[in-house]
Design a protein around this ligand. Structure first.
Ligand code: COA
Length: 161
């Protein structure tokens, strides 16, 4: 069974998190992990780290990752940026990415009380976020040489009593 858990950078699974992010997200665009860190110094340390894990005879394996970075928008509202969402290519299409995103939304909206989450999505992944109810802005921009769009989702409205 796949479980999503929140880890710190000194957790033993952090090395696997970095390895998966490197092979699925960074190497394909010609980046090393250090190049990623250098793009936004200090962000890795203040982001929250989520991993999707499975039990394996050789020990726990990380099969998916996502990070959550909290900052303030231009109105002083705290918003969360979802980053580094990826799933082991051998396990894609099994609902693991969706599980990670549900965990991010539960953390952002449920625990942290944020009003909005956003991400910069590669065009090839827009449909993945849209399936989860995220909306897409019109403008396309380049990030790390790849076309992206800003996507966002607002906190669910509280149920009326
Ligand atoms: C994008 C990614 C995270 C999705 O994870 P996943 O575990 O394969 O996705 P899931 O199995 O949870 O898919 C959930 C739903 O989204 C759909 N979906 C998944 N990837 C999609 C994509 N790239 N485009 C459109 N729809 C997609 C699935 O078909 C599924 O739909 P369903 O509910 O109708 O069956 C994964 O494919 C991946 O790591 N891709 C490479 C890295 C990447 O592009 N990351 C995003 C950077 S912005």
């Amino acid at each position: 069974m796949v479980k999503v858990t929140h880890i710190s950078m000194d957790h033993p699974l952090y090395e696997q998190e970095k390895a998966l992010r490197t092979s699925v997200l960074l190497e394909p665009i010609g980046y090393s992990f250090q190049d990623y860190l250098d793009m936004a110094p200090g962000r890795e340390e203040v982001s929250e780290h989520f991993v999707a894990i499975v039990d394996h005879p050789s020990g726990t394996r990380v099969v998916g990752t996502a990070t959550l970075y909290i900052s303030e928008d231009e109105h002083g509202e705290r918003v969360g940026k979802v980053q580094q969402v990826c799933v082991d290519p051998q396990r894609q299409g099994e609902g693991i990415g969706q599980k990670l995103m549900i965990a991010m939304e539960a953390r952002g909206f449920g625990d942290l009380g944020l009003t909005q989450l956003y991400c910069h999505a590669q065009l090839s992944a827009l449909g993945f976020y849209e399936r989860l109810g995220w909306s897409c802005e019109d403008q396309t921009f380049l990030e790390a040489g790849i076309e992206h769009k800003r996507m966002f989702i607002a906190a669910p409205k509280p149920a009326e009593s």
